[in-house]
Design a protein around this ligand. Sequence first.
Ligand SMILES: *Cc1c(COP(=O)(O)O)cnc(C)c1O
Length: 372
Amino acid sequence: MYKLMTAGPTQVSESVRKALSTHRGNPDIDIEFLEYYKNLCLKFSKFFNTDNEFYILGGEGILGLESACASLTEKGDRVLVIDNGVFGKGFKDFVELYGGEAVLYTVDDRNPVDIDKLNEYLKKDSNFKYATVVHCDTPSGILNDVSAISKLLSSYNIMSVVDSVSSSFGVPLSMGEIDILCLGSQKALSAPTGLTIIGVSDRAKKSMENRKTKIASFYANILAFKDYYENRWFPYTMPIYDIYALGQAMDNVINDENVFERHSKMANITRETVKAMGLKLYTESGYSDTVTVFEVPECTTCDDIVSIMKDKHNILISGSFDYLLGKVLRIGHMGENANEKDVYETLLALYETLLEVGFDISKSKEEIFYFM
Ligand SMILES: *Cc1c(COP(=O)(O)O)cnc(C)c1O
């Protein structure tokens, strides 16, 4: 098996794997599970410094994004889709699927969304039910200041849906004015794939309850979870094994006092080393501490680097997709991946790989890896 250094799924710790494989009860009838679920949701509220309720949904990160749009959008609703990356633009599809009018606010993808410019835009047009924005747009690694953006939107009475699937637990965030916060299990939380966690504000819940038309989905209907505790009923059988594993992963994060410091340190080392080797980072500012994205050098291809890293060094990093396909490479230093041993090994392997494909590195190995 190779070392997993992608931007999700990430490495899963022994403690989480153990929690996953422990025999569990029946989530439909076990009160113990109901209490466990509720408690775990409260841990998310506390972690994001909010009283807003969280729900764990049985489905990958995408389910959270779709649920937010399905539950808020009514036919003809205008939705501002803030786009400076692949996932940013991707929200357009969900909005339109549920009958909304997606208005794209497309800006430079190499820098974070400029709050002042967004404000200028909203001064002219702020007739939106809600807006969508991505915290870390993983394919490019850009990090947007979603706290400031959601605050600004809120001042115009616009609700905000924030995709923080690949940044939360590696980068600090409070829920603040965010109306629906979307998280995932398999990125910096380092739990197995398959779960979405969403935080929902009272304002968003009210908006869903006051709809004129029904939510056009069962599985992606957030309101279906609203009174699960009182009714002792979930809309579908909860993936109990995955949820206990998620709980262990969450405890690991909570008990790790240096979680953000660790991410920041590993991110800085990765960025500095990649630059010292003569490679170019994709974004110009606003780097997420969860992933480093750099351009594929001209002398080689993305596939060649990924293959050599995997076949010769036993380390899996990844390319990207959509308009970045073949253009950039990504090292995911989030969650369990964010430790010195694995990050250093990955960087050393990248160095050897670059030499193998004939990339001209001007600095000496000692200069580049001075910190080791
Ligand atoms: C991974 C990810 C998602 C969820 O994608 P899945 O394929 O469902 O795991 C959503 N948004 C961002 C920014 C992501 O990185």
